[in-house]
Design a protein around this ligand. Structure first.
Ligand code: VGL
Ligand code: ZN
Length: 204
């Protein structure tokens, strides 16, 4: 069984959104096409309470992009984004959602951020994604979405560590690139961890 994980294809990560990723909208048509190449499609959804501690707005004098320590973990501060039930948190309107069999929300605990679709950043809470995929007999995992240097990276690193044959579809991802080179560094890290980097035309 081969599954596709659609990572955080939400309005706030698209151009014009609260945490816009450059060219983020470009990945949607590819993500839609990739859905036809797999047995199972799941999606992650960044799903924060209004007062999430990853928001710069929750820390007096702090601005988005600054780094703090949160409950002992390094935390980049973000603009308010993907607040539960808002338009920004909704999936992109152009995303084909009818094949998604289960959505895994993450980032609900205000004290800890959650980049990976499997665990929060402190690895205290498990979203259930690994058990779900294993129950379905999934061995191979294609990962695409936003953002390459955060949620795609951590989802794919965890997937590889959990024993899935993991592929990141590079042209179906875009990064935040807070610092120039972050996307390239993320891709290097993924390769070092045994994740295969592929282009969608190798799969379609
Ligand atoms: C993400 C930063 C904050 C992501 C989510 O989806 O990559 N990045 N929350
Ligand atoms: Zn977030």
């Amino acid at each position: 069984m081969r599954a596709l994980v659609l990572v955080d294809l939400q309005n706030d990560f698209l151009p014009g959104g609260a945490l816009a990723v450059r060219e983020g909208d470009r990945v949607i048509p590819i993500a839609n096409r990739l859905q036809h190449e797999v047995d199972l499609v799941v999606a992650t959804q960044d799903w924060h309470p209004r007062d999430h501690a990853s928001f710069a707005s929750q820390h007096a004098g702090k601005r988005p992009g600054e780094l703090i320590t949160l409950e002992g973990l390094p935390q980049v501060l973000w603009p308010d984004h993907c607040v539960q039930l808002t338009h920004g948190a909704a999936f992109a309107s152009t995303l084909d959602t009818k094949r998604i069999t289960k959505i895994f929300p993450k980032g609900m605990d205000r004290r800890v951020d959650s980049y990976s679709g499997f665990f929060d950043n402190g690895r205290r809470h498990d979203t259930g994604l690994a058990d779900y995929l294993k129950l379905k007999g999934v061995r191979e995992l294609l990962v695409c979405g936003l953002a390459t240097d955060y949620c795609v990276k951590w989802t794919a690193l965890d997937a590889a560590e959990l024993g899935f044959d993991t592929f990141v579809v590079v042209d179906a991802c875009r990064g935040v690139e807070l610092n120039e080179g972050d996307v390239d560094d993320a891709l290097d890290e993924l390769e070092d961890a045994g994740v295969e980097l592929v282009e969608s035309d190798e799969l379609l």
